[in-house]
Write a protein that binds this ligand. Structure first.
Ligand SMILES: N[C@@H](CCC[C@H](N)C(=O)O)C(=O)O
Length: 281
């Protein structure tokens, strides 16, 4: 079977986008997604994203498979790429056009701005241990700066769900973190029954964070939008940063704001098309 696709990235977090508007089931299986994401034998990507018909009154549905074939609830960089892709396939390049996207994390609303950046209403973060989910602490309590033993070391971690699970730890210098060694140990730690994404954060200033990430199902990536939102929330909850900050990732910067009024998070960043093609599935 031949599959038409477009390759996009958001700060180097790269995705294969598939126009799946004619069916409510992804046209590619998780096993096929693993092959397509392979950087040597496939197209190469951190995940495959499908644009499906909308549900519950939304314009579209987004589903995504990680490069290991697992299905996450949400993807921040991915939804910016989806917004840019939808503007193309819809033939609607209008500035400031907003779309309501159904995801497994609820309805998310991206908007393409006049400078080409995509601003996304990422919704309200979930903070209770049962919502992450994590066995760290009591079910109905927040997990803030809790000690967690990983690789023979105690890390103070804060847990935030953006629909998908995040474990954030603040460090002196992100450059020295042995991500490939400890990332998988956080991801598969027994206290995270659905595994976790892990963000290592260095506070440069109250309005500027540096971040490296180990993603569930994708490993070390150049950026993670939900992770940057979760990191800002963790920074605010622990008194380390302001509600509006730049988050610098290996692939570039995101602007994140956590509204004090309605507790919604806003993420602004780029989405770029790299190439289009047809691949045998
Ligand atoms: N890179 C994404 C997150 C993708 C999903 C993640 N790997 C998970 O399994 O939760 C982002 O930009 O948010």
């Amino acid at each position: 079977m031949m599959i038409e696709f477009a390759k996009y990235h958001g700060l180097g977090n790269d995705f294969i986008l598939i126009d799946n508007r004619l069916s409510s089931q992804p046209v590619v299986t998780p096993e096929q997604a693993i092959k397509l994401c392979d950087r040597h034998f496939g197209i190469g990507a951190d995940g495959v994203i499908f644009v499906l018909p909308g549900q519950n009154g939304t314009d579209y549905t987004m589903r995504i498979f990680n490069s290991d074939g697992s299905e996450p609830e949400m993807c921040g960089n991915g939804i910016r790429c989806l917004a840019a892709f939808v503007a193309e396939i819809d033939g609607n390049q209008q500035e400031n056009s907003q779309k309501r996207i159904h995801t497994l994390a609820g309805t998310i609303t991206p908007q393409i701005m006049s400078d080409g950046q995509v601003k996304v209403d990422m919704g309200v973060p979930r903070l209770l241990a049962s919502e992450i989910p994590t066995a760290l602490g009591a079910e109905n309590q927040k997990v803030i700066d809790q000690p967690l033993e990983v690789a023979g070391q105690s890390w103070d971690v804060t847990c935030v769900s953006m629909g998908n699970p995040h474990c954030i730890t603040f460090v002196e210098d992100v450059a020295v973190i042995p991500l490939e060694k400890i990332g998988p140990q956080f991801e598969h730690h027994a206290v995270f029954p659905q595994r976790t994404n892990t963000e290592f954060i260095q506070v440069v200033r109250r309005d500027y964070l540096k971040m490296r990430v180990w993603e569930r199902g994708a490993g070390a990536t150049l950026a993670c939008g939900t992770g940057a939102c979760a990191a800002l929330v963790a920074g605010v909850l622990t008194g380390r940063c302001d509600r509006l900050a730049t988050v610098e990732l290996p692939g570039g910067c995101l602007q994140i704001e956590w509204s004090e009024v309605d507790q919604r998070l806003w993420m602004t960043g780029p989405a770029q098309r790299v190439f289009t093609g047809v691949v045998e599935g």
